[in-house]
Design a protein. Structure first.
Length: 334
């Protein structure tokens, strides 16, 4: 019962349309498990949810389907990224909903109901300029919160800079009159079939802000173990919104499955699962192949230098061999 009352009080404040959508519901499982270190990430959903500049690293068409569960609130997301020309185009949509909660007064009498519905979408573009990547995203949403309908627009912009094995990322979000921003760094300690990535970041959402650190250890390009920790000066009266995060990922060919867990104190815990797949080969191949006629080589065979009858013409000569005719004149004796 206490959790239901807390949820009824928290939803209008933390998920209202007039404010920035909750990052815990928008982020992908990978960044969520790594303490929300996401501004420097470059994988599909992570890019569309946090920093559109990460789209520039996509080489194939990639789609991600995600589901988040948080104390009865369900959040569904579908994101697609595809290389197009010199950049990458991203398209995403999300739908958040809660079951109807009965509102009661101090005597326990029902006074109404509380529900939340949020539907939105976004279009993004990522462009690589050497070591620098830039991204821009624009989206809109329509929400029904406690029977009150609202709608609005959101604009995101971000950048990433690749410095060897280190990636620096920063992004800003503008929702109506409220602005939020974040920055992070990811360091690939070693790469290959086994890999290790370490990261840290900072997130500012209005009067709330928090720091996060995270790590990802990969084995045989198939299994990834992730962990993180968040600390901050959350202004919310609800306690326990910072702490450890964890998750794992499994990669099988073009398919990937990721899971993340993050506790939220009195609000329970966020659990997120997502399925992603790459349509390998569905990218521009202009200029990557030659026609058989273009690739075939033609060799010219010079004509024989000798004009003797026994000279054999080259097989590639289309002309018939020349015949030599000798004329003999006999002069009769007188």
């Amino acid at each position: 019962m206490k959790r239901a009352w807390i949820l009824a009080l928290a939803l209008p404040a933390s998920l209202q349309a007039a404010g920035n959508p909750d990052f815990s519901l928008r982020s992908g499982a990978r960044s969520l498990a790594m303490g929300e270190v996401a501004a420097a990430a470059d994988q599909g959903l992570e890019s569309l949810a946090w920093n559109p500049a990460g789209l520039a690293g996509q080489k194939d068409v990639q789609a991600t389907l995600g589901h988040t569960d948080w104390v009865g609130l369900s959040a569904e997301q579908l994101f697609v990224a595809a290389p197009l020309g010199s950049g990458t185009l991203g398209l995403g949509g999300f739908y958040d909903s809660t079951p109807d909660l009965v509102q009661r007064d101090t005597t326990g009498q029902a006074t109404g109901s509380l529900s939340y519905r949020n539907l939105g979408g976004a279009l993004a573009w990522g462009q690589s300029l050497g070591s620098l990547a830039l991204g821009l995203e624009a989206g809109g949403w329509q929400v029904s919160n406690a029977g009150i309908a609202q709608s609005g627009l959101q604009v995101d912009a971000g950048a990433q800079y690749h410095l060897g094995s280190v990636v620096l990322g920063a992004a800003g979000f503008q929702v109506e009159s409220e602005a939020s921003w974040q920055g992070s760094i990811l360091w690939s300690v070693f790469q290959g079939s086994n890999s290790l990535r370490l990261g840290g970041g900072y997130i500012s959402e209005g009067i709330d802000s928090r720091w996060g650190i995270g790590a990802e250890l990969g084995f045989l390009n198939s299994l990834s173990l992730r962990a993180g920790w968040q600390v901050g000066n959350q202004a919310s009266v609800i306690q326990g919104l910072t702490g450890p995060t964890a998750g794992l990922g499994v990669q099988w060919g073009a398919f990937g499955l990721d899971y993340a867990w993050m506790p939220l104190g009195e609000l329970g815990q966020v659990q997120r699962g997502q399925l992603s797949w790459k349509f390998q080969g569905l990218h521009s191949t202009v200029g990557s192949s030659e026609s058989p006629a273009a690739s075939a080589s033609t060799t010219s065979v010079p004509a024989p230098a000798s004009s003797k009858i026994d000279a054999v013409p080259a097989k590639s000569e289309p002309e018939a061999p020349k015949k030599e005719v000798k004329l003999k004149f006999v002069v009769p004796a007188e």
